[in-house]
Design a protein around this ligand. Structure first.
Ligand code: SF4
Length: 87
């Protein structure tokens, strides 16, 4: 499965895992996050608090919104710390 971010090259899941990304599974789309790359801009939590909520475990819940919303919000991440994999 190939994973995407609008400004970055496509990576496969094995490469993401090796690069330090953690997987957050959804039924239609998975989200991957790498804290070491995050620039703490807050675009994700401001983009949709149903999807990204810091005071929650897990803080990323892809099934709380539709697939298009996951893609739209992740494409606003300036660092590449967030990626998505459409199933
Ligand atoms: S939008 Fe990206 S860089 Fe900004 S806080 Fe969220 S994960 Fe980090």
């Amino acid at each position: 499965m190939l994973c995407q971010h609008v400004v970055e090259k496509v990576m496969d899941e094995k490469t993401l895992r090796e690069a330090g990304y953690r997987q957050y599974r959804g039924s239609e789309i998975d989200v991957w996050f790498n804290l070491n790359i995050c620039q703490h801009s807050g675009n994700c939590v401001r983009g949709d608090s149903r999807l990204f909520k810091l005071q929650r475990q897990p803080w990323i819940m892809p099934d709380n919104v539709d697939k298009a919303t996951v893609i739209r919000v992740i494409d606003t991440c300036p660092s590449g710390a967030l990626k998505y994999c459409v199933k």
